[in-house]
Design a protein. Structure first.
Ligand code: AMP
Ligand code: ZN
Length: 139
């Protein structure tokens, strides 16, 4: 479950050094080299999955609890006031490294705005049609 050309496979499995925050049999958590804020961390599964759709269920189930542990540590250890959990799938969603990873980004009072969007507009008919399409496409 490794991709020889994948940099995150090499980092997750300790072949390339990283600022490691946490490690267990399934994951390595490292500090992002281009942090959005101080302590910005990446949860890397040790196995290679391109994105969350390819991920093993057992791995996916552990991601949120681990993100919560990292987020709590950001509050306790770095004085963060909150944190964002972000996970990009696909180029148009901002994914640049195609090895599944979860960003845990500490947020500090008065810090810059990020992970935000302008609320759009919709109407009940559009909501109903969109929900129907999604419902029909669920596997
Ligand atoms: P994404 O855009 O969701 O694919 O996120 C990729 C993230 O990986 C970016 O935030 C990069 O700053 C970060 N990144 C890329 N290469 C490295 C590396 N060698 N070590 C740590 N972080 C990295
Ligand atoms: Zn990989």
């Amino acid at each position: 479950m490794r991709d020889e050309n994948c940099i995150f496979c090499k980092i997750a499995n300790g072949e390339i050094p990283s600022s490691t925050v946490y490690e267990d049999d399934d994951f390595r958590v490292i500090l992002d080299l281009g942090p959005a804020s101080k302590g910005h961390s990446l949860i890397l599964p040790k196995n290679h999955y391109r994105d969350i759709c390819e991920s093993d269920k057992a791995v996916s189930e552990k991601l949120f609890p681990l993100a919560a542990r990292i987020g709590k540590a950001m509050k306790a250890g770095l004085g963060a006031n909150g944190f964002n959990v972000v996970q990009n799938n696909g180029t148009c969603a901002g994914q640049t490294v195609f090895h599944l990873h979860v960003h845990v980004i500490p947020r500090y009072e008065g810090g810059p705005a990020m992970v935000a969007w302008e609320p759009g507009k919709t109407d009940p008919e559009e909501l109903s049609q969109t929900a129907k399409k999604l419902k029909g496409a669920m596997e």
